[in-house]
Structure formats: structure tokens, C-alpha cells
Design a protein around this ligand. Structure first.
Ligand SMILES: [Zn+2]
Length: 687
């Protein structure tokens, strides 16, 4: 686990630069990321300069004679954090987006180098003791909170332990890193293939059949890669095909990774014990909203209780569907649920997802999302022109408030060979009040419009766009802190998804969608009843999908909640799937842990997704449901949830906005939307 080390600004520098912050433009010394068009050598020079500056700041802390102050100790510490964050943000970005493979390789090497400097800082005893001796009693609350949290991160890294213990921790951390990369590699290396005959593709869409022509031996090969796997689970009439694909998919990296997972469990358990925690789950929760493992177990039970009635109601509908071809059926197997869901959606909800795409050409969606965000967050966006970038499609934008720039972002939105293939927001620079404006980037893979192709997006892509844009706004609006280490999205890791999950709701509003989703041929706004049907259809299955997520949260927790010697991986995996979902697992499901990739990164914290969804829906109910952009909720949300960044605990952010801790009521309401009465066909619902 990478300890959280983020940055801050020297007070003297902050005073000196304060005039820059009131200028209309971006500060003159804060040029766009790629403005010098660096080659590999220049890139490495820029990065090495950041590493040297970080080391200089660390030396400065150690060299202090006499009494320690926030200015002579926390300020240079934060400067080291600022430099290291900027360095690793840049190198990981170049790994993902640079068009030249050689550049990407050098960027990967640089990431390793910066990462080891971060680790060294997290284990630096001199720096720890210097920070620990600071008196924060007269500091402002954000500074005091930063210091307290940073000291916790240091202790979670084991910096205050004796030499022998630290040496042992270092060895365990290295073992864990190796086991994690082996776990990931075993999964990505093990793409399985199922051989079928042409008749077994009955039910599949024509383009799928066209893309899967028989080989010379007459066999058709279907892999466990997602674009092959999920359409087959959704549409194939052949139960044998769906079952054998499911068995192949759930058996990836098995039995190879059984040992690797046990290794990760054992290593993590030893780390937790050395640091004074009863289990890895307790240790891993210590710097999160959840605080300890028992709270994870409690949440899983509460979520199950809230979800079960909804899941049961859906299950009854799925069973009726199954009984059409299997009259005596009483149970549904996990792999069967995909196709049954699809059949119910088609027969009960009168919605074809293809019908929405003509309303979503990329250029309009981009403008619509930015306009919506501008209205919601009370800012403007202004494009910087003639800015150099690693690819000509990359755009550079300033975020403007009251005529002043408060941040900058980049959009790298379309696929290219060798580019990172998912969608994500990455911080570029942490915002430090008066010293450095926050910068961020979206790296996405949406269709690229051309002279002849409007670049129609899937609805899910449009939702993903706003989700990622939400992370970006969080980083920018939370980037006006005094310290880099509490800037932007630096708060507890199990809160970060809540704001973006909430924003997904805006993409379900007929009114918001109608403002930009106009048919690319007729310019007709998307009809409100189409949006309503889409919302109901896509809501179907919410209960069972939450129960599946909850089963995965339980697996992630149960595997790490105690001494690994007491854990039977197959029994836990099979048992949690059986106990938390309403579907019957098959034998191969017991091996799913071998390819459940989040057991490496999230480890015991897979609950994060559902935890944040509960918070997101509670937040959402604070907004005017008739007009999501109106009233005082948007600005109150910006001020109380986004702007504080990581300057206070996320549990307080929640309470400050809601006036109480989150509860399940709004989440239950969200799950039940699939059972709302069907909309009447009418022309307009909004004003
Ligand atoms: Zn996200």
C-alpha cells in the first residue's frame, strides 16, 4: 500500500506569489504540461529536477536547528510531497498516453524511480520525528488535521518501529509487491477459449456472428475477453455455451494463483500484526471512513438487509421467465441470470439501447457535459488555443470563476494505438492556494467524430464521461488548499467515488439530457418518455446486482479478516456467493478468487463501491428533483463537500452536507425505481 503523501506550499512562497492568483489568466509561470514539447531526455531532466527539489526539501527539514515550526518543517515536507506528486503524475500519464513506445518505456522506468523516492520518504525516520515534534495546537484546523493524518500514514508504514521490525516490514512489502504483480499477470496471461459450432451462436447479434467466423477446422473460438464473453452470456440461446464460458471465465488463473493469493493473505497478515492490528482488514481500514474491519462486516449486513426484498422481487420475475422454457425450475444459476435479465428487460420494459445513440454525438455530449458542470458548479470554461500536446486531439481548458482562472484541465478523449484503454481522471498538479493552480486530465476512449461520422456514443459512455468529469471538478474545486497533501481528492480512499457516482444521476434527468442530447440528423431533443423508459429498463436488476457486489465485498473482507490459517478460500468464495446472492453458484465459482483482480489493489476494501453508492444517493436527494441545477443545493454541495478537499475527515464532509451521517433510505429508493409505474407517453415533463 502506497502511504498517502501529498503536498503543501512554503508560506514565504505563498505570500510572494499571491499577486499571481488574482491575475485573469493562468499564472505566467504555470505553462501547460507539454508546452516545451519534451523528448525523452528533456522529460527525464524535468523529472529529475522534481526529484532533486524533493530531496532538497527533505534535507532542509533534517537540517533545522532549534525549535521546529510549521514553516520550517511542515512546509518543506509538503514541498517534497508536491514535487513527488507532480513527478509521478507526469510519468504515469506519459506511460498511458505518449504515442511513442520508447517514450512510454522510459516513463515506466521513471515511475518506478519516483515511486521508490515516495516510499523512501514514507519510511524516513528523521522526517517522521521532525513532524511528530511539531506543536499544532495553534495551527488552523486544516493544518492540524493534515499533520495528524500524515503522522497516522507514517505509523501505518511502520516508520516508528525499531530497525529489525522495519527491515522485516520492508521485506514483507517487497514480497507483497511481487505477489501482487504475479497475481495480476496470472490473470491477464490466462485468456481461455471455448470452441463452439455455428449453431451454438443462435441468438447472438449479427455483428457478433460476423466477427466470429469458423477456423479451418470448422470450429468457432470464443474467448473470455469481455467483448466476447458478456454478449454471449446475455444473448446466446445455448445453455451449454454460456455455462462452459462461465466455467472458463471463473477458472482463470486457477489453480496457479491459489498459492499467490494465500501468499498475499499471509504477507498482509504479518504486516498488520507487526504494526499492532489484529487483521489486515483492521489495518487497511485504519485510514479510511470505515475505520475498522467490524464496521465493514456491519455495513455488509445492513446492505444485505436493505437489498434482499428488492432482489427477491426481481428474482420472481426472472424465475417466471426461466419457467417459460423450463416449467419445473425453482432456482437460477449465477451464469443464467445475465440472459434472463436481458429477456425480462426486453419483454417488460420496451427499450432498445441502440435507440439512444443517435442523440449522443460526441461533440454535443462534450459541450453538454461541460455546460451542465458549469451551471451546477457556478464556473466557466475557456479553451486555451495553440497549446502543444503529445497528440493533436488533446485540448487544454481553463476553469474560470469571477473572471479568474482557478485551474486547468486537459482532455485526451479518443483511442489511439498504445494508449491506455479505459476511462479515467488523473491529477496533474495539486492546487495550493496562492502558489499553484490545480490541473487534471481526462484520459478516455470515446468515439472520435470525423467529417463523415458524428461519433455516436453509447449512453453508458456519456454517463462515464460525466462521472470522470466529476472527479476532475472535485480535484479542481478541492484544489484551493494551503497544502498539497490535503488538496483535491486526497481524502480517505473510500470516499472518492461518492461525488462522481452522484453525478451519474444528472445523466438520467430528462431535462438535463434534453438540453444537449439532440438527434444528429433531425436536431430533435431526446424525448422525455424515451429517457424514462431507458431509466426504468436500466434500473431493472439493481437489487440482484447490489447483492452480487455485496457478495464480492464479503469475499474481499472474509479473506482478509483473520489469521489466513483459518481461511478456506474455496469455501469462503462459494459460501459468500451462495449466501449473499439469490442465485445458485456452480462448482467453478469457488475458484473465482484466483481471478478477482481487486483482491490485490483494494484487498479488503472492495466494499468501497457500494459504500460510496449509498452516500451518493443520500447526497442526491438533497437536490431539487424537479430541476437538478436549481436552488441552493449545488453551491452548498460545492462549498461543503468538494471545496474542503482532504482538509477534514470524509465522515465530517458527509455530516456537514446532510446534517447527519448517511443512511440507507435514499439508496433503497434508488433500488426500487425499476418498479415505478411505466411512464405515459407525453411530449414534455420538464419546463
Ligand atoms: Zn470513479
Amino acid at each position: 500500500m502506497m502511504p498517502r503523501i501529498r503536498h503543501v506550499a512554503a508560506v514565504v512562497a505563498a505570500l510572494f506569489l499571491i499577486t499571481v492568483a488574482v491575475a485573469q489568466e493562468m499564472p505566467k509561470d504555470q505553462l501547460p504540461l507539454w508546452s516545451t514539447k519534451p523528448d525523452v531526455a528533456a522529460f527525464e531532466k524535468m523529472e529529475d529536477a522534481r526529484l532533486a527539489a524533493a530531496q532538497g526539501a527533505v534535507d532542509q527539514i533534517v537540517a533545522v536547528k532549534g525549535s521546529r515550526t510549521i514553516e520550517n518543517t511542515l512546509a518543506p515536507f509538503d514541498e517534497a510531497v508536491r514535487q513527488l506528486n507532480a513527478a509521478i503524475n507526469f510519468s504515469t500519464l506519459m506511460q498511458q498516453v505518449h504515442p511513442d513506445a520508447n517514450f512510454r518505456d522510459h516513463a515506466t522506468t521513471m515511475t518506478t524511480k519516483v515511486s521508490s523516492a515516495q516510499t523512501a520518504l514514507s519510511l524516513n525516520q528523521d522526517v517522521y520525528h521532525a513532524l511528530a515534534s511539531l506543536d499544532a495546537s495553534k495551527a488552523d484546523p486544516a493544518t492540524a488535521y493534515y499533520l495528524k493524518r500524515q503522522l497516522l500514514e507514517f505509523r501505518l508504514a511502520g516508520v516508528d518501529k525499531d530497525d529489525a521490525t522495519r527491515a522485516k516490514l520492508k521485506k514483507l512489502q517487497d514480497q507483497l509487491t511481487d505477489a501482487q504483480s504475479m497475481f495480476d499477470r496470472n490473470i491477464s496471461d490466462d485468456v481461455k477459449t471455448v470452441e463452439v459450432t455455428a449453431s451454438e451462436l443462435d441468438g447472438m447479434p449479427q455483428d457478433y456472428i460476423d466477427n466470429h467466423k469458423p477456423g479451418a477446422d470448422g470450429k468457432i473460438r470464443i474467448t473470455t475477453n469481455y467483448p466476447d464473453l458478456f454478449p454471449a452470456l446475455d444473448f446466446a440461446k445455448s445453455d451449454a455455451l454460456r455455462r462452459s464460458l462461465w466455467e472458463a471465465w471463473t477458472s482463470r488463473a486457477y489453480p496457479k494463483s491459489r498459492e499467490v493469493v494465500m501468499n498475499m493473505m499471509q504477507t498482509r497478515y504479518e504486516i498488520a500484526r507487526l504494526l499492532g492490528y489484529a487483521s489486515w482488514a483492521d489495518y487497511n481500514a485504519a485510514d479510511k471512513m470505515m475505520e475498522n474491519g467490524a464496521n465493514i462486516a456491519k455495513f455488509i449486513n445492513q446492505l444485505d438487509a436493505a437489498t434482499r426484498p428488492v432482489a427477491q422481487r426481481e428474482f420472481a420475475m426472472l424465475l417466471v421467465e426461466k419457467q417459460k422454457t423450463d416449467p419445473g425450475a425453482k432456482e437460477i444459476k449465477g451464469y443464467e441470470s445475465f440472459r434472463l435479465n436481458e429477456l425480462v428487460r426486453r419483454s417488460q420494459y420496451n427499450f432498445d439501447s441502440q435507440s439512444v445513440r443517435p442523440y449522443l454525438p460526441y461533440a454535443q455530449v462534450k459541450k453538454g457535459i461541460m455546460d451542465t458542470a458549469a451551471t451546477l458548479f457556478h464556473v466557466n470554461f475557456r479553451q486555451e488555443t495553440n497549446v502543444a500536446a503529445w497528440d493533436p486531439t488533446v485540448e487544454t481548458w481553463d476553469v474560470i470563476e469571477d473572471g479568474k482562472a482557478i485551474g486547468r484541465f486537459y482532455l485526451d478523449m479518443h483511442p489511439r494505438p498504445g494508449k491506455y484503454s479505459h476511462d479515467q481522471m488523473s491529477p496533474v498538479l495539486d492546487g495550493i492556494r496562492g502558489k499553484q493552480l490545480p490541473e487534471a486530465i481526462l484520459v478516455c476512449n470515446f468515439p472520435q467524430p470525423t467529417a463523415t461520422d458524428p461519433g455516436l456514443m453509447n449512453y453508458g459512455d456519456a454517463v462515464a464521461f460525466f462521472h470522470e468529469f466529476g472527479h476532475l471538478m472535485h480535484h479542481i474545486l478541492g484544489g484551493q488548499q494551503e497544502w498539497a497533501g490535503i488538496s483535491g481528492i486526497s481524502m480517505e480512499a473510500d470516499f472518492v467515488e461518492a461525488p462522481s457516482q452522484m453525478l451519474e444521476e444528472w445523466m438520467r434527468s430528462p431535462q438535463v439530457l434534453a438540453s444537449f442530447a439532440h438527434h444528429y440528423k433531425t436536431s430533435e431533443p431526446i424525448p422525455a418518455d424515451l429517457v424514462a423508459r431507458m431509466n426504468r429498463a436500466s434500473a431493472f436488476g439493481a437489487g440482484n446486482s447490489v447483492e452480487l457486489q455485496n457478495a464480492l465485498s464479503a469475499i474481499s473482507y472474509d479473506i482478509y479478516k483473520e489469521d489466513p490459517k483459518k481461511v478456506d478460500l474455496d469455501a469462503i468464495t462459494f459460501g459468500d456467493l451462495r449466501d449473499y446472492t439469490l442465485f445458485v453458484p456452480i462448482a467453478s465459482d469457488a475458484h473465482f478468487y484466483a481471478n478477482f483482480n481487486h483482491l490485490a489493489g483494494y484487498s479488503s476494501a472492495y466494499y468501497t463501491y457500494m459504500w460510496d453508492k449509498v452516500i451518493a444517493e443520500d447526497f442526491f436527494q438533497q437536490f431539487d428533483q424537479k430541476n437538478l441545477l436549481a436552488g441552493d443545493a449545488p453551491m452548498r454541495y460545492r462549498r461543503t463537500v468538494l471545496e474542503p478537499g482532504g482538509s477534514t475527515s470524509a465522515n465530517d464532509l458527509v455530516k456537514n452536507f446532510l446534517g447527519r451521517p448517511q443512511n440507507m433510505t435514499a439508496f433503497e429508493h434508488w433500488m426500487m425505481r425499476e418498479f415505478a409505474p411505466a411512464p405515459e407517453a407525453k411530449t414534455a415533463t420538464g419546463q
